[in-house]
Design a binder for this molecule. Structure first.
Ligand code: SF4
Length: 360
């Protein structure tokens, strides 16, 4: 049984205990974690939690856990190397044809596995007008930048007016064709994804992409799907982002249901992230071999339309790479071993036509 809508956003251990989302005897543990990392849980997501079930996959994503204070030596405050690739404050330039601009360092909810958890929180403000202008200047001077990714934090927590200003400024750069917004708001606070906000994301002659973060099929509620439809109705292309999380979605049934829910909401499954090496997140990570096995099982269950790419962000800012699994392996002599969905191996001999590999 769910608890029904709660009226306000929960931002402290006391809030969570009073809402019966954490046992009173856990207050000390929650307060110790809250001294280091922000808490944020919206009414929409709180309403999905089964009270009294510590294994609830929604609760686990947002209720603090003492294990967050255990740091693995390999974990880093900047696990994907944003700082090393940041020529201008608030801008990351990792790939030749795209840049990322962090418009705001706060979110509607605070995920306990967040890869930028050392940099975001309620005290962190939006990018200043001067820093945004410097980011625009940086992009203006680089004709090869085809795509700008707006992220944070969650940039959709800004007002529709602020979003429209950013859209207009970026749309004025002729080489920029794609504006991609990364957000959790359609599942965290779907009522805030209004038609006005959807319009603010759009610019004539540009393609708007919205990458929606959700990790469990229950997050794709009727209200969340309606918010996604408001975005697609205004012309946005929708893609998904999820994190592979132990105890939340690390089984084939849940992952398949999540990916189908995305497609039903007109969201193309895009990335399934291997959980980054952010501080205090070891308890979330599953072995890569398990992630690959899950992807193998998904391939047998799901249409290609519903299959995401499982990716690793290489620490140090080296970028994303697909983690497989490998379905086809070279034997080195023009022969390949292809493994079918039942795990049976087949030899495939490559037969390129005249002209070799220069045809395309
Ligand atoms: S919504 Fe994204 S940026 Fe915000 S806490 Fe969750 S993972 Fe981090």
């Amino acid at each position: 049984m769910t608890t029904g809508l709660r009226p306000r956003r929960l931002t402290s251990p006391k809030d969570l205990v009073e809402a019966a989302l954490a046992a009173p005897e856990r207050l000390g543990e929650l307060e110790a974690v809250a001294e280091r990392y922000a808490i944020g849980l919206t009414p929409s997501l709180a309403a999905l939690i089964e009270p009294g079930d510590p294994a609830d996959p929604i609760a686990r994503q947002f209720i603090p856990d003492a294990r967050e204070l255990i740091r693995d030596p390999a974990e880093s405050d900047d696990p994907i190397g944003d700082d090393a690739m940041s020529p201008v404050h608030g801008l990351v330039h990792r790939y030749p044809d795209r840049v990322l601009i962090k418009l705001v360092a706060a979110c509607a909810v605070y995920c306990r596995f967040c890869f930028r958890r050392e940099r975001i929180g309620p005290g962190a403000g939006a990018l200043s007008a001067a820093d945004f202008a410097a980011a625009l200047d940086y992009v203006r001077a680089r004709p090869g930048v085809w795509e700008v990714i707006l992220t944070g934090g969650d940039p959709l927590i800004l007002s529709a007016r602020r979003i429209a200003e950013a859209t207009r400024a970026l749309a004025a750069l002729p080489q920029v064709k794609i504006l991609r917004w990364h957000t959790r708001l359609p599942v965290a606070a779907p009522e805030r994804v209004t038609k006005a906000m959807a319009r603010a994301l759009m610019a004539e002659g540009k393609t708007t992409v919205v990458a929606i973060h959700a990790n469990h099929p229950r997050e794709l509620t009727h209200a969340a799907r309606a918010a996604c439809l408001r975005l697609s109705a205004e012309g946005a292309m929708l893609v998904s982002q999820s994190v592979l999380l132990r105890g939340v979605n690390d089984d084939p049934e849940t992952l398949a249901d999540l990916m189908r829910a995305f497609v039903e909401a007109r969201i193309k499954p895009y990335y399934l992230h291997h959980c980054d090496l952010a501080p205090g997140t070891a308890h979330w990570r599953v072995p890569i071999a398990r992630g690959q096995e899950l992807m193998r099982l998904l391939r047998g269950r799901l249409s290609g339309l519903a299959t995401p790419t499982y990716v690793l962000d290489i620490p140090g800012g080296r970028g994303k790479v697909p983690l497989g699994p490998q379905w086809v392996v070279s034997e080195g002599t023009g022969a390949y071993v292809a493994t079918d969905l039942r795990g049976v191996e087949h030899i495939y001999v490559d037969r390129p036509g005249p002209g070799g590999s220069s045809q395309r």
